[in-house]
Write a protein that binds this ligand. Structure first.
Ligand SMILES: NC(=O)c1ccc[n+]([C@@H]2O[C@H](COP(=O)([O-])OP(=O)(O)OC[C@H]3O[C@@H](n4cnc5c(N)ncnc54)[C@H](O)[C@@H]3O)[C@@H](O)[C@H]2O)c1
Length: 440
């Protein structure tokens, strides 16, 4: 099938590449000429395991191409995926300008039947707005070219995005147009050979499913973070509690890890957007989700607070080693990363930082700007020299079993503050460290 993907970011590039991998003829469009230039030169603008090789293979096979030419992109695909960003607006609502701009371009230039697929995470009712935007553009030029609008939210996880797309848990297709449903089934058939994973719903339910999924996952994290803070005060170990409740099949083990707050491009903005939609469109006050968000905002400062407390309220002139900057492992994504809240807290308190992250240092430098108080080092152990503590912010695999003797030797004092509960407290304390973790 001929497929166009509008927006070549984390979702668009992964989706386009995986669709090419199974044999489709895919053209990825982006308004950012720099991104397209990098891709055309054989590079890749983001870090995502396995993606670079898959892009190269499909480009070489002639099934995957990139462009900034909107007209070419609209003419290419019968299926037009919209995978542009939907960042939070000032009031917490999802900013729809990029989605609607993409829809308008399609309406302005299409000359034959198109299935326009909202893959971006968009508020309930967006498909209607996309439908209307295309209709307006067609009316302006007196055309009545047929088209259908479909909601097909994406559930991939950064860091495992290729795997998630190739082997999805489920594929949600919200549509009413039978021809569009038929085409979507055919497009996704290669990804569900083992058993049917496609759930066809009405458009609005599909749109809400995506927010409901992210809101539930964010809720589990904030719930565990609050319980971790409680466990600390009560002398309980949250890791024991996690195992004790995760073993209940009604609860399960997934997404019960306490830490220093959730970040990333999805949970924070989607929770805010759902609260906003409920308030403005339905007059409903989503109290659970408001609390989820508040608890998370507080949790992003938990490491800064622990350090301040440990150093008697005064971090002036202190220096800290940070392991991990990305909002989670296996990505270079820094959007809403807890490391940013921590670094800002530390700098504001007069401390300095040396940080290491396997993939996100370039992105961190871009977000934080050049600041002499924040240094970056290529080797994780080089961050340790002369630091008053090692602070673990992201649970990269390379941090899981470090050389503790060397850490002790290079730190100014044997203090580890672990925002991801990577180590066994008994073992680490036995090695002579003071060890502050989350909820233990
Ligand atoms: N990142 C994730 O893990 C993830 C997972 C599921 C869903 N989503 C959702 O998918 C959407 C995209 O997220 P992302 O992380 O890929 O964003 P991103 O910022 O990485 O990519 C968006 C891309 O769209 C481009 N763009 C904007 N307007 C355009 C236009 N009119 N035409 C062509 N290109 C345009 C931008 O230049 C950018 O490259 C969001 O709604 C997000 O919530 C993201």
């Amino acid at each position: 099938m001929k497929v166009t993907v509008v927006g070549t970011g984390y979702v668009g590039l992964v989706s386009g590449t995986c669709l090419a991998e199974v044999g489709n003829d895919v053209l990825c469009l982006d308004v950012d000429p720099n991104k397209i230039r990098i891709l055309e030169e054989g590079g890749i603008p983001i870090f995502e395991p396995g993606l670079k090789e898959m892009v190269a293979r499909n480009v070489a096979a002639g099934r995957l191409r990139f462009t900034t030419d909107v007209e070419r992109a609209v003419h290419h695909g019968t299926i037009q995926f919209i995978a542009v960003g939907t960042p939070p607006d000032e009031d917490g609502s999802a900013d729809m300008q990029y989605v609607l701009a993409a829809a308008r371009s399609i309406g302005r230039l299409m000359t034959d039947y198109k299935v326009v697929v909202d893959k971006s995470t968009v508020p309930v009712g967006t498909a209607d707005r996309v439908q209307a935007a295309i209709a307006e553009e067609l009316a302006l030029r007196g055309a009545n070219t047929p088209y259908a609008v479909v909601s097909n939210p994406e559930f991939l996880k950064e860091g495992a995005a290729v795997e998630d797309f190739m082997r999805p848990d489920r594929i949600v297709v919200g549509a009413s147009d039978q021809q569009a449903i038929h085409l979507m089934r055919a497009l996704y058939a290669p990804f569900q050979r083992n058993h049917e994973r496609l759930i066809v719903t009405d458009v609005r339910s599909a749109e809400l499913i995506k927010y409901a999924a992210n809101a539930m996952l964010a809720t589990r994290i904030s719930f565990m973070n609050e319980l971790a803070n409680l466990a600390e005060k009560l002398g309980a170990d949250i890791e024991m509690v996690r195992q004790g409740i995760g073993s209940d099949p009604r609860i399960g083990y997934h997404f019960l890890y306490p830490g220093c707050g959730y970040g990333g491009s999805c949970f924070p903005k989607d929770v805010k957007a759902l609260i906003h939609t409920a308030a403005t469109e339905a007059g409903l006050d989503l109290q659970v989700l408001k609390a989820v968000e508040q608890a998370n905002e507080a949790q992003k400062h938990v490491l800064g607070n622990k350090l301040r407390q440990r150093f008697d309220g005064n971090l002036q002139g202190r220096h800290f080693a940070l392991w991990g900057l990305a909002f989670k492992p296996n990505t270079d994504d820094m959007r809403e990363a807890p490391s940013l809240a921590l670094i800002r807290d530390l700098l504001a308190a007069g401390a300095t930082v040396t940080a290491h992250d396997p993939e996100a240092m370039r992105e961190a430098r871009r977000v934080l700007g050049d600041d002499p108080r924040v240094r970056y080092v290529d080797q994780q152990n080089d961050a340790l020299d002369g630091a008053d503590a090692l602070v673990i912010v992201t649970e990269w695999k390379a941090f899981r079993s470090p050389d503790f003797d060397l850490i002790k030797e290079r730190l100014r004092q044997p203090l580890i503050v672990d925002g991801r509960n990577l180590y066994d407290p008994v073992f680490v304390r036995g090695m002579g460290f003071e060890y502050l973790a989350i909820g233990r």
